[in-house]
Write a protein that binds this ligand. Structure first.
Ligand SMILES: *Cc1c(COP(=O)(O)O)cnc(C)c1O
Length: 483
C-alpha cells in the first residue's frame, strides 16, 4: 500500500510515514490510489476488535497483523462503556449506530482511542528520534478526544485549538480541565475554519525541524480517518445478525457531516465492497456541501452560522478533497487547480463529469435549528429515544430518503454533551450545563457518561486565548518552552 498526496501523484509513502506527516508538504491529503477490498471473513465477524483488525490491516500493511491487533485490542479494551464498542439500537423503523460510548462521549473517540497507538508505533518503526508535536483544530469534540487519547505519551506534545464561541459549556470544560503533562489547550478568536486553516497553513509551511516532527490528529490524518470505516461494516453485520437483512442486501446511512471525514470513511467502506445503497450527507444551516452537490459550485463566500450542532459548523470540509481526487481518478493537477481557486477566490467550480459522479455518489440535505429541536422532541415523544442535536440533524435529513431499505443513522454524540439544546427542545427550564445533565438523567433514566459527571470536580487549567494570525507564533513558543 502506497499513499500519494492528492496534490502530487509522484509522492509514494508508507502508511507509517503518511500518519507521521499528517498533511503532505504540498498541502494535499494522503490516500492510496488502489483501495483494499473487504475479505469474506469480515461478514462473519461480530467482535468489534477482530473486525477492526481485519479491515484495517490491509490499509496499514507496513505493520504486521499482530501489531495492528495489539493496538486495536488496547484501544477498545476498557475505554468504552460497552463491550460492543458501537451498539446498534432500533428506534422506530430505523437503526441508530451509537458512536458515543467512548471516554469523551462523541464519535471522535472511536478513532482517537486507536490512532495514538498507531502513531507511536509508526514513529518506532521509522526509527525517528525527534519528539512528536500533534496539532489539533477542533470544532468541539475532536479536542477532548485527542487530548485524552494522547495524554501523557512520552516524547509527544499535543496542542489543541478550539473556537472561543459556539461550543457547549460541557465541551469547553472537557478541554480546559485536562490535566496531562503534555497538553496545551487554547481558545482561538475565530471559528473552526479559522483554527483548521491556521493548523493546515502551519503544517503546509513547516520546514524540516531538527528536533521536532509535526503531525495532526484531525481527519486530514489517515490514521484518524481509516478507523472510522470499521463501524460501517460493524453496523451492517449487526443488521445481518438480528436478521434485518441478509448478507449482500444494501442499506443506507445518514451521516451528520462537518469536515466530511465520517461520511468519507463510509464511502471508503462502500468502495471496499460493503453493500451501501445511499450515503446521505446531513448538514445544518452551514449547508455548503448540499449546495456543491446540487450546483457543482463550492462557494465559501457566505455567512457562517453558529448553530445548535456546533461540531458541524464548518465551511471548509477538508476531506471532500479526497473524494474529488478518487472521483477524478487521481487527477492531482485538477485538485491543485480547485484548491488554488478555493484559496484565492473562496470558490471552485467542478468539471461537469466530476459533478455528475459526485451527485451519484452522495445524497445530501440540510435542516434548521428549529427542525433539529423539533426532531429531538418528537423522537423522544414517539420512541423514548434521546438524540443529541447532531444526530437529530441526521434523523431529520434522512426523512425524505427513507425507503424500504434499512436506514442507519449515525449518532455522533451523547445528548449529555449538549444539555442546553436538549432542555430547549424539551421545554425544560434552562440551567447551567452541569446542572442540566442531572436533570436529563433524572427525567430520561439515562446514565450520565462518567467523564462528564466528573467535570464539576475538576479545576480549569487552561486559559489561553490566541488570535488567528498568532497561532503560528503560539505553536513555536509552546514547542520552544516545552509547553
Ligand atoms: C465531528 C463531528 C461531526 C462531523 O464529523 P465530520 O467527520 O467532521 O464530518 C458530527 N457530529 C459530531 C458530534 C461531531 O463531533
Amino acid at each position: 500500500m502506497r499513499y500519494q498526496s492528492t496534490r502530487n501523484s509522484e509522492i509514494r509513502i508508507t502508511s507509517a510515514d503518511a500518519m507521521l506527516q499528517g498533511l503532505a508538504r504540498d498541502g494535499g491529503l494522503f490516500l492510496p490510489r488502489i483501495l483494499p477490498s473487504l475479505s469474506p471473513e469480515v461478514y462473519h465477524t461480530t467482535d468489534y476488535r477482530r473486525l477492526a483488525t481485519l479491515i484495517l490491516h490491509p490499509w496499514f500493511d507496513d505493520f504486521t497483523i499482530e501489531e495492528i491487533e495489539t493496538c486495536v485490542n488496547q484501544a477498545y479494551a476498557s475505554t468504552f462503556d460497552t463491550k460492543t464498542v458501537v451498539p446498534i439500537v432500533s428506534v422506530g423503523n430505523r437503526h441508530v449506530a451509537e458512536l458515543f460510548h467512548g471516554p469523551t462521549a462523541a464519535f471522535k473517540d472511536v478513532a482517537l482511542s486507536l490512532f495514538p497507538r498507531l502513531l507511536v508505533l509508526a514513529k518506532e518503526k521509522s526509527n525517528i528520534q525527534k519528539d512528536l508535536i500533534v496539532l489539533v483544530a477542533t470544532s468541539g469534540d475532536t479536542g477532548s478526544a485527542a487530548l485524552t487519547g494522547f495524554k501523557d505519551i512520552e516524547h509527544l506534545t499535543i496542542l489543541t485549538f478550539y473556537p472561543n464561541v459556539g461550543i457547549s459549556e460541557i465541551q469547553r470544560l472537557q478541554m480546559t480541565t485536562q490535566d496531562g503533562k503534555n497538553q496545551k489547550v487554547a481558545a482561538i478568536q475565530g471559528n473552526f475554519d479559522d483554527a483548521q486553516g491556521a493548523v493546515k497553513k502551519f503544517l503546509g509551511e513547516r520546514g524540516e525541524d531538527p528536533n521536532f516532527l509535526y503531525s495532526s490528529a484531525n481527519s486530514i490524518n489517515i490514521g484518524r480517518l481509516l478507523p472510522q470505516i470499521v463501524y460501517y461494516v460493524h453496523a451492517y453485520n449487526q443488521l445481518v445478525e438480528n436478521k434485518t437483512i441478509e448478507v449482500g442486501q444494501p442499506i443506507d446511512f445518514c451521516v451528520p457531516t462537518g469536515n466530511f471525514g465520517n461520511i468519507f470513511a463510509g464511502y471508503l467502506a462502500k468502495r471496499m465492497g460493503l453493500p451501501i445503497g445511499k450515503l446521505i450527507c446531513a448538514s445544518n444551516q452551514n449547508h455548503i456541501l448540499t449546495d456543491v452537490l446540487k450546483t457543482g459550485i463550492y462557494d465559501r463566500n457566505r455567512q457562517f452560522h453558529s448553530t445548535l450542532s456546533p461540531s458541524m459548523d464548518i465551511l471548509v470540509s477538508s476531506n471532500l478533497e479526497r473524494l474529488l481526487w478518487l472521483l477524478s481518478d487521481g487527477d492531482s493537477d485538477l485538485i491543485v487547480r480547485l484548491m488554488n481557486d478555493l484559496k484565492t477566490y473562496g470558490r471552485f467550480v467542478l468539471p461537469k463529469s466530476i459533478h455528475e459522479k459526485l451527485s451519484e455518489t452522495i445524497s445530501a440535505g440540510y435542516t434548521s435549528d428549529e427542525m433539529t429541536l423539533r426532531t429531538i422532541e418528537e423522537v423522544y415523544a414517539n420512541h423514548r429515544y434521546l438524540l443529541d442535536p447532531h444526530s437529530a440533524v441526521a434523523w431529520s435529513v434522512a426523512n425524505p430518503y427513507q425507503s424500504d431499505r434499512p436506514m442507519v443513522i449515525l449518532a455522533t454524540a451523547s445528548p449529555f454533551k449538549f444539555p442546553a439544546s436538549i432542555a430547549r427542545a424539551m421545554n425544560w427550564t434552562i440551567e447551567p450545563d452541569l446542572r442540566l445533565i442531572t436533570t436529563i438523567s433524572e427525567i430520561t433514566g439515562l446514565t450520565i457518561p462518567k467523564s462528564l459527571s466528573e467535570l464539576s470536580k475538576k479545576p480549569v487549567l487552561h486559559h489561553d486565548i490566541v488570535a488567528i494570525d498568532a497561532v503560528d507564533r503560539y505553536i513555536r513558543r509552546c514547542v520552544r518552552e516545552n509547553v
